[in-house]
Design a protein around this ligand. Structure first.
Ligand code: ADP
Ligand code: MG
Length: 606
């Protein structure tokens, strides 16, 4: 490891060592021409690149960056005849930069290792045997073999074989899941025990692993307020410091006549004012925060959302598939003989959990055509030359059909064929095992309001909300109504909405932070959400909020730490108690402390 740090940063390390040796020798010799020569040599070695960078910066319009600041400080020290100090200023600045590079490499490597889901090859089944192929060359419908211990390269359905699968890298779930014939498997997970023969369902570019990787790589799209602040801060701050230093050198100098003394104090002020600790450590904190979140199966599309999560006041949820399991059981079938099969025919292509459950219960599914999905209402199709609609009361009303009143509580699916009402099916869903805990945990994090927004009927929503401990219920909403309501909720503070992504795109966008659950395999959710929880665990929301608060806590510590120490040294410097040396050590010290502190964010894993 040491070796690789050395080889990667060879030039800067050699420069630092050479300059240090020359500096120490020069200082030990003390005064005289030899000493001056050694110190000047050290200065040339250490300064050239920084000066070149500063000049390049000036041509690019970046007149007052850290490079410029340090160059002005060290050149002023030379002008004052303080050669050793001049070398030290740039020497420690370079040590700081080396440290920064190593820290960023380290955290990047760590995050890369956490997200080691990029498949290198796929074993494509050919007539005779399996050959290793680039996953990008595999087509939908191809058959691939995955041996134990291998990464699953593409999304698909198991055709043969029994095995356990580790989905930890994509969902953060550490419990292995079973895979047998018919199980859907997702790229990026690991096949643990047996050979699996899988039919590929999506080309590599649309596979889960590729989507997750592109999310992580583009996660700096929306930057946090804290980062934007440090950028703006550095732009005003650096010129202000240079002006202040000139003032410190000139004004008391003119008054007292002691120009050299005040010029030295001005140099101390310049050195200590270097904003590198903030400019470097804050983006590093967010970078590590996003990495730690990914490791927990929480994908956040930008540090801006990581920052907002910690400030959430209202947490809103969709019901089906978010608070409930989304696995409906049929409680009652009330109506004509053909009711269940007709509803099933209409539900055939719907992605809604209601459809999945009805299809699982139906023994026959007649062939229908022109299937349509009516968001928040139900489904429509053509069967035997007639229009079939299946869905809620509102859908029936819109079609001019008078539905029967269902006396049992549950989600009711009414059905009509042509103008004839066929009856209704009552289905029941159960609360997720951890939903109640998840809501309680949010409340313990001082989330002020929990709200359920659902398209289902009021009675069932009230029941589920009471069971889960959700405070407020808004029922019988269309997807657009959910978005309108969300706009209203936003008036009372930052909002988060968590949904399963089915029929939820408008409200996911309307909320300050839209969270899609069970993102694995659901494309629409991954696209419209700001945060994707890769498994169905609603408890991850509280985890994401905690992670945000810890990250922001460390960001604040870094701001207070670096500003505090710097202000102290500035005061001591102007009073003449701190000299250039103390300023140099203070500056590098704060930088290193802030970087180490930022890396602590990576430890907030699990
Ligand atoms: P939720 O807010 O509970 O997730 P949705 O917005 O997904 O609800 O759907 C709202 C309502 O629309 C459902 O409760 C159901 O009555 C009806 N609905 C939606 N999709 C279907 C479908 N495929 N089949 C039958 N009814 C449906
Ligand atoms: Mg829904």
């Amino acid at each position: 490891m040491k070796n690789s740090i050395f080889t990667e940063h060879k030039n800067i390390i050699i420069k630092i060592v050479l300059a240090t040796v020359l500096l120490i020798t020069g200082m030990m010799i003390g005064h005289g021409a030899v000493s001056t020569l050694l110190l000047l040599a050290a200065y040339v070695i250490i300064a050239i690149e920084t000066i070149v960078d500063a000049v390049k910066g000036i041509f690019k319009g970046d007149i007052f960056d850290e490079d410029t600041l340090m160059c002005i400080a060290s050149l002023s020290a030379i002008a004052l005849g303080e050669f050793a100090e001049a070398v030290a200023i740039l020497l420690f600045f370079n040590i700081g930069e080396l440290f920064e590079d190593v820290a960023i490499d380290r955290s990047r490597n760590k995050i890369k290792a956490l997200m080691d889901i990029r498949p290198d090859y796929a074993n494509l089944q050919t007539d005779s045997d399996a050959i290793k192929v680039d996953p990008k060359k595999i087509n939908t419908g191809d058959i691939i073999i995955i041996y134990p211990g291998e990464k699953i390269p593409l999304d698909g359905i198991v055709k043969e074989g029994n095995s356990y699968i580790d989905t930890k890298a994509i969902t953060g779930e550490s419990q292995p899941t079973e895979a047998t014939k018919g199980t859907k498997v997702f790229s990026g997970s690991i096949n643990l025990s047996g050979n699996l023969t899988v039919e590929v369902e999506k080309p590599y570019g649309e596979s889960t692993a590729a989507k997750i990787l592109s999310l992580i790589e583009n996660s700096d799209e929306r930057r946090s307020g804290a980062e934007k602040f440090t950028d703006r801060f550095a732009k005003i701050y650096t010129p202000a410091v240079v002006l202040a230093a000139i003032a410190v050198a000139l004004i008391p100098g003119i008054i007292t006549g002691e120009f050299v003394l005040w010029a030295r104090r001005a140099v101390t002020l310049l050195v200590v004012s270097c904003p590198c600790a903030l400019v470097i450590s804050i983006p590093l904190c967010f970078f590590c925060g996003l990495g730690a979140a990914s490791h927990n199966g929480i994908l956040i599309k930008g540090s801006g959302y990581l920052e907002l999560l910690g400030k959430v006041k209202t947490a809103a949820f969709d019901k089906t598939g978010t608070l409930t399991k989304g696995k409906f059981e049929i409680a009652e079938i009330h109506g004509e003989q053909e009711l269940l099969s007709t509803v099933a025919a209409a539900e055939k292509y719907s992605p809604h959990p209601i459809a999945q459950s009805i299809l699982a219960a139906a023994s026959e599914v007649p062939e229908a055509i022109n299937h349509e999905h009516l968001a928040g209402l139900g489904v429509r199709c053509e069967l035997d030359g007639e229009t079939v609609i299946a869905g809620n009361e509102e859908l029936m009303r819109q079609a001019g059909i008078i539905p029967e009143y269902a006396s049992r509580t549950g989600t009711v699916v009414h059905c009509a064929k042509g103008s004839k009402y066929l009856g209704y099916i009552v289905i029941n869903d159960t609360l997720k095992d951890n939903a109640k805990n998840a809501i309680a945990e949010l409340k313990s994090l001082n989330i002020e309001r929990t709200v359920m927004l659902s398209g289902d009927n009021k009675a069932i929503c009230d029941d589920i909300a009471a069971e889960a401990g959700v405070d407020t219920v808004y029922a019988e909403l269309l997807p657009a109504d959910k978005a309108t309501l969300m706009e209203k909720l936003r008036a009372d503070g930052i909002t988060v909405f968590a949904g399963d992504g089915i029929n939820d795109a408008p409200v996911l966008i309307a909320a300050d932070v839209g969270v899609a659950m069970g993102g694995v395999g659901s494309d629409a959710a991954i696209e419209s959400a700001d945060v994707v929880l890769l498994d169905d665990d609603i408890g991850k929301l509280a985890k994401a909020i905690k992670l945000s608060r810890r990250t922001m806590g460390i960001v604040k510590q870094n701001i207070i730490l670096s500003l505090g120490i710097k202000i102290l040294i500035v005061i001591l410097g102007v009073l003449g108690i701190a000299n250039i040396w103390l300023a140099v050590f203070g500056d590098v010290g704060v930088l290193i402390l802030a970087i180490l502190n930022s890396l602590r964010v990576l430890r907030i894993v699990k």
